[in-house]
Design a protein around this ligand. Sequence first.
Ligand code: ATP
Ligand code: MG
Length: 416
Amino acid sequence: MKYSALKGVHDLFPPDIYIWQKVESIADEVFSAYGFHELRVPIIESTDIFVRSIGETTDIVEKEMYTFPDKANRSITLRPEGTAPVVRCYIENHLYNQPSPQKFFYSGPMFRYERPQKGRFRQFYQIGVEAFGVPEPKLDAEILSMLKLFLERLGLKELSFEVNSIGCEKCRPDYKKALIDFFASKTVNLCPDCKRRYTQNPLRILDCKVDSCIELRAGAPQVTNYLCNECKEHFEEFQSSLKLLNISYIINPNMVRGLDYYTRTTFEVTSEHLGAQKAVAAGGRYDRLVEEFGGPPTPAIGFAIGMERLVEILKNKSETLETSPKVVLATIGKEADKEGLSIAEKLRAKGISVELGYGNSSLKSQMRRADRLKADYVVIIGDDELKSGRIKWKNLKDGSQGEIGIWEIEGFKGFY
Ligand code: ATP
Ligand code: MG
């Protein structure tokens, strides 16, 4: 029988995996420099955690969740995003008792039952960050700057930063009302989803990807004109911090984001190289969510990066990230094999990557293999070498070669 992976999921293996590892290690480095600490939360949670936070009338909750009853008939959901589990963890473990702000990053798979296509998978990976305890927009700008630095460290400069403010519970009702008035005469032409959104959650219409709805919303009232004074001030201060940090951005008043928990600042990073699914990273403030989850009132902000989309952009760059062994130990004969095995172990213990020869292959084929593996050095051990106690080395990068005593090999300068 032939098995294949489920639709919309994918395996990861070399050489692409090297890009993933590089992205993860740079994320670790950059986010740590900003005081973020890693957090690992479960992949499964109670369904209501997502329904309550993301919102019942969002695409994720309405259509995209992997939800199933477990053996005790509890409703379980494979996490579609990371913020809700992180907030649950923050409250459940009383992390708010630690000095504020508390800053975390996470990475791992997310699950959404979407139609698989370029840039859209059913199991996809995100790296995300969440910062708790600071209401000031200075933090919003710092977080965007951190994201920019991370992308620059990966060699990505030509990305756009789109920002918006979607107000707070004080001013959003006015904006909602303005939207309802605007779409009142247009409802017949909205897509079936937006017809429903019109009554339940009109902001979502601005997020709809159906062409006719995009046309219908031209000229719709813009949220930035409906912000209360506090939100307006917050948005202005956010923008002046962005300018101070030399981050170029555009305001996209239609960016309401697909999750209900956002307040004030929202943002997306997009790339023209990605086609229709062009958002590489997205996030925003969610100042009310911790309290709604039963924690103390705690402002918060975060973002998530879509790994597959990021890797897609990086793959188009020419830099190769393959890792190759430092040394290939070519051994000829049983005795040499044994000697090779113990030398390899000693070198590996010092952090040098070593590949051994297997299966009695000829010196020629072992040399060919070393070439294919792009090793830096080949070290040759045969009967003669064992007798004399001196082994041959060759540098495959510059062609230099020589001999060295077996007992000296661990200290060979070229390996370090
Ligand atoms: P989109 O508008 O593309 O559907 P979204 O608003 O649903 O995105 P978020 O929930 O904000 O996405 O997730 C943050 C990032 O995760 C997105 O910008 C994207 O890069 C990535 N992402 C979201 N859904 C998928 C998916 N199904 N497959 C791959 N990556 C995804
Ligand atoms: Mg989506």
